[in-house]
Design a protein around this ligand. Structure first.
Ligand code: ADP
Ligand code: MG
Length: 630
């Protein structure tokens, strides 16, 4: 496009000071994601079509004989040019000067203040996240011409700039302007020439603008036929009755980057104080980034069908596996990341979508237990994070929880199931935490519970150690670790076959337990007879006030614990070995002492730990073994 044959000569204008600054920032943000320029130009084109549609309500003549909105991308690779054209409302000369020569939007102003305050790399990132409208064209073009004709007007104007501080405006020749609407011609820089590659453009459009409400076509080279690359129908805007499961699956795959079927689809429109549409999916399998330490969600935020960002936290972190989008009718299109995070509107949306996702999960659990179990198997460890992070929804989340227990035979039980089969006098929900199920099931601490047929939750995930200690209760029943404090088991009757396990310890055994305590001294907080054990000789538990031992281990490993509390060694007073040791003669003091240390090390090993002093342990073991080898 040249302006040589237009008369009169172009007028020169300088940009408003803010624009000049912005352009400078833009051009120097070399690391930013330049693709966003296309999103900005397409969203402007779509806006112009929407504005025309609105004005044509009062004045249908504006449509002329061309009522169907369209956006066209024209490639001219030979001249390194890319054109974005629409048949929308268009701009008059004055409107162009106003719209393209000044920064009218307060959002952009705030954004600029931010970006100037930000450190270099961060600023570039900000631009990448939020294109700043029309000017982003100068990230890829060293000259931009805008030719526009307002709907219903004869005159057309051409605006032109190199983005370096000034621009020109001049009347455009009739045959150089679109019949209606705006043509933005980008004279691409050498290093951005790849924006004339058809497949590249198609990919970017699908990714960023595939759901704008105006169809987008592409003209591969001058004179070629336009080919539609986006149909202008945003799936989430359609009523649910018109969307097939296949439509949802296709959309899920494109929005989530997954290749499976969604396990749950949540699609609703909120009306009233806040207007938004949400379309969210629970994936059918584990997304690759589920346990990334940043725990970011991937829900996309749209404003009026224009993609804004996928970094807005639209759901709490414990729902980060949910994929999809929220399309708000109330947010301004150009909002900076900070403004989004601080927006009360967004907080309201987050609340609404969270509640809805959880209630849909509840429904699934009720109506299709098998499908829900699968969701829990995949995402349970993440959902459980909500038990200590989201106080408000704790009881909902506890209701959604499914657990392996000593009574579940490998299957899953809800807390409702658990509470429904409490034993006589049982007042707590018992659990054991650890790192793997097999080891948990073998915990000696469980023996006394088994002997009374008391169900115990087996909690193998790291997160379990945290939520169980967050003061949680379910239907008034507190959670209690089987490895902590006295077990309160005496109140609960034993199964008949186990009657004798409750018998009191003999005097000799009581004396032995006392002597073990003397021998071990500072290594333990206490040594006592156990109600918990029926088969094993010993186990370690935390004191009544101490931290759960698994939690303590996790914190110690994370370097968050300076001194670990000492454990309590519990001894089974009815165990064969214990009774025999108790009956040893006075002259066997050395053996008793070795036995005391070995019992403690045995308990440590049962807990998945190492003996405190490996050398002393092996010497003692050798001494004791030597006695029984002839
Ligand atoms: P925003 O779209 O947020 O208003 P932009 O920088 O993208 O900010 O655009 C600035 C203004 O330029 C728009 O508000 C609009 O008035 C005008 N404009 C840009 N592109 C077009 C277009 N294709 N058709 C009509 N007006 C446009
Ligand atoms: Mg815009």
């Amino acid at each position: 496009m040249t302006t040589a044959d237009t008369t009169p000569a172009p007028e020169n204008h300088t940009f408003e000071a803010d624009v000049a600054k912005l352009l400078h920032l833009m051009v120097h943000s070399v690391y930013s994601d330049k693709d966003v320029f296309l999103r900005e130009l397409i969203s402007n084109a779509a806006d112009a079509c929407e504005k025309l549609r609105y004005e044509a309500i009062a004045n249908p003549a504006l449509f002329g004989d061309d009522p169907k909105a369209r956006i066209t991308l024209l490639i001219d690779a030979d001249n390194r040019r890319l054109t974005v054209e629409d048949n929308g409302i268009g701009m008059s000369r004055d409107e162009m000067i106003e719209a393209l020569g000044t920064i009218a939007r307060s959002g952009t102003k705030a954004f600029m203040d931010r970006i100037q305050a930000a450190q270099g790399g961060e600023g570039a990132q900000l631009i990448g996240q939020f294109g700043v409208g029309f000017y982003s064209a100068f990230m890829v073009a060293d000259r931009v011409d805008v030719v526009s004709r307002r709907a219903g007007s004869e005159e057309a104007t051409i605006w032109s700039s190199d983005g370096k501080g000034s621009y020109t405006v001049a009347p455009a020749a009739v045959d150089e302007a679109p019949a209606r609407g705006t043509r933005v011609i980008l004279h691409l820089m050498e290093d951005t020439a790849s924006y004339t590659e058809r497949y590249r453009l198609e990919r970017i459009v699908k990714e960023q603008s595939g759901h704008v409400p105006v169809p987008i076509s592409l003209v591969e080279k001058p004179g070629a036929e336009p080919q539609e690359i986006a149909d202008g129908a945003a799936l989430w805007v359609k009523p649910r009755s018109e969307i097939t499961p296949e439509d949802y699956t296709d959309f899920y795959r494109s929005v989530a980057g997954q290749f499976d079927e969604p396990a749950l689809t949540v699609h609703f429109r909120a009306e009233g104080r806040h207007e938004y549409t949400a379309l969210a999916f629970v994936p059918g399998s584990t997304p690759f980034d589920l346990f990334d330490p940043d725990r970011h969600g991937r829900m996309k935020l749209y404003v009026k069908r224009v993609f804004i960002t996928d970094e807005a936290e639209l759901l709490p972190r414990y729902l980060r596996f949910v994929r999809g989008l929220v399309d708000s009718a109330d947010l301004p299109l150009n909002v900076s990341r900070e403004m989004i995070q601080e927006s009360p509107l967004l907080a309201a949306i987050k609340k609404g979508v969270t509640s809805r996702v959880l209630s849909e999960l509840e429904k699934l659990a009720q109506n299709d237990a098998e499908a829900y179990t699968k969701v829990w198997e995949t995402f349970g460890p993440v959902l459980k994070e909500g038990l200590y992070e989201d106080f408000e929804r704790r009881s909902t989340l506890l209701g959604l929880g499914r657990f392996k227990t000593t009574a579940s035979g490998g299957g899953w039980r809800s807390l409702k199931d658990y509470v429904g089969s409490l034993k006589e006098n049982q007042t707590a929900i018992y659990y054991v935490t650890g790192t793997d199920l097999a080891r948990l099931e073998a915990s000696p601490q469980l023996e006394g519970f088994r002997a009374r047929s008391i169900e115990v939750l087996l909690l193998p995930d790291p997160v379990d150690s945290f939520w169980v200690t967050a003061g949680v209760d379910y239907e008034g029943k507190p959670f209690k670790s089987v490895t902590q404090g006295g077990a309160d088991l005496a109140q609960i009757p034993l199964l008949e076959a186990q009657e004798n396990t409750g018998a009191p310890a003999t005097e000799a055994v009581t004396g032995f337990i006392q002597s073990v305590k003397t021998t071990l001294g500072e290594a333990v907080a206490d040594v006592r007879a156990s109600e918990r054990l029926t088969e094993s000789a010993v186990c370690l538990v935390a004191s009544e006030t101490g931290m759960d031992r698994q939690l303590e281990r996790l914190l110690a490993r994370a370097g968050q614990l300076t001194s670990a509390a000492k454990p309590v060694l519990e001894i089974n007073p009815r165990h064969d070995l214990v009774v025999a040791l108790a009956n040893l003669g006075e002259d066997q003091q050395a053996l008793r002492e070795d036995a005391a240390h070995l019992l403690l090390d045995e308990a440590r090993i049962l807990d998945g730990e190492l003996p405190a002093d490996a050398k002393a342990f092996s010497q003692r073991l050798a001494r004791v073994m030597r006695r029984c080898v002839p």
